[in-house]
Design a protein around this ligand. Structure first.
Ligand code: DAK
Length: 273
């Protein structure tokens, strides 16, 4: 073959994402793997942009019922990218609402499971806290070490940790910057379960996502909305909100099907409407 023939070979299309990898371990489960191994998955602006794009697409995809976000064995994410932040001035970060894009994740309606191995520090811990369920490998190390950089958490760490594990522990973690283990995180109710064995936490998270995806989607979204309301509303408002959502589900096919299937002693066939 002449060298000119190889010169006209069409080039590979550029990969759509360079800081994350997206896959479908099952048709109903979207898996996003943070992929900046050399920087321990430090959450740079370009990475977060890609993460937002991928997660929004999965939220809009009718085939997908749940999403898993994971990192590597060494690091879920070692925080926001310190090298990107270090020379910024107050006027830049304030004027441009620096890192505001982090809030999109909390607007996603489908459940998101964080499968955490290795370091989940600073913004990495906050990213996990923005997810709906955290599964941790026994190697996971959490922490809010921002105090060591002369700052405090800025991605929700002080608020979400305080609401999850209480004031005293949160104060200790935020003010000393000490790391904490997966076992502590489980004991304090921050993670729903610790999973032993390399790679197993992602497997478990996908299994859990698949189970969630097999339920009626309208009920799943309502369940997520109701639990999240517990963090925003007082008890009587929360209970009323829950009851209204419950009432509303009687307008769905899946309620009719779910209850009929129980009475007929068969498996329900949800169609997500
Ligand atoms: N940023 C940038 N690069 C990082 C990084 C980070 N957070 N963490 C690690 N790296 C890079 C290292 O610089 C190193 O790069 P090279 O020197 O090879 O070029 C590479 O990753 C490997 O790291 P090490 O050599 O340090 O690896 P070790 O195993 O020795 O140590 C470590 C691992 C995780 C203990 C260590 O890397 C470490 O302490 N990393 C920093 C952890 C940290 O302080 N994280 C908090 C960052 S501040 C906000 C939202 C979020 C935030 C703020 C606002 N808004 C919505 C407003 C969040 C802030 C933060 O997360």
């Amino acid at each position: 073959m002449s060298s000119s023939a190889s010169a006209v070979k069409p080039s590979e299309p550029a990969p759509r994402f360079t800081n994350i990898i997206t896959s479908r371990p099952e048709p109903s489960v979207g898996l996003i793997t943070l992929n900046r191994p050399k920087a321990l998955n430090a959450l740079s602006t370009p990475l977060f942009k890609e993460l937002n794009e991928a997660v929004r697409e999965l939220d809009e995809d009718p085939e997908v019922g749940a999403i898993v976000i994971t990192g590597s064995e060494k690091a879920f994410a070692a925080g926001a990218d310190i090298k990107e932040m270090k020379d910024k001035e107050f006027s830049d970060v304030y004027k441009n609402n620096f890192l505001e894009s982090w809030t999109l994740l909390t607007k996603i309606r489908k459940p998101i499971i964080a499968a955490v191995s290795g370091y989940a520090l600073g913004g990495g811990c906050e990213l996990a806290l923005m997810c709906d369920i955290i599964l941790a490998s026994s190697t996971a190390t959490f922490g809010q070490p921002e105090i060591n950089l002369g700052v405090i958490p800025g991605g929700g760490g002080t608020q979400r940790l305080a609401r999850t594990i209480g004031k005293s522990k949160t104060m200790e973690l935020v003010l000393t910057g000490r790391n904490f283990s997966a076992a502590e995180a489980e004991r304090w109710g921050l993670v729903s379960r610790v999973v032993e064995g390399e790679g197993k936490v992602v497997e478990e998270a996908v299994k859990m996502a698949s189970t969630i995806a097999s339920k009626g989607r309208v009920a799943v979204i309502a369940g997520k909305e109701a639990v999240n309301a517990a963090y925003e509303l007082n008890m009587s408002e929360g209970l009323r909100f829950e009851r209204r959502l419950f009432h509303g589900l009687f307008a769905t096919h899946d309620q009719k099907e779910g209850m009929a299937a129980f009475a007929e002693k068969r498996k329900p066939k949800f169609n997500h409407s």
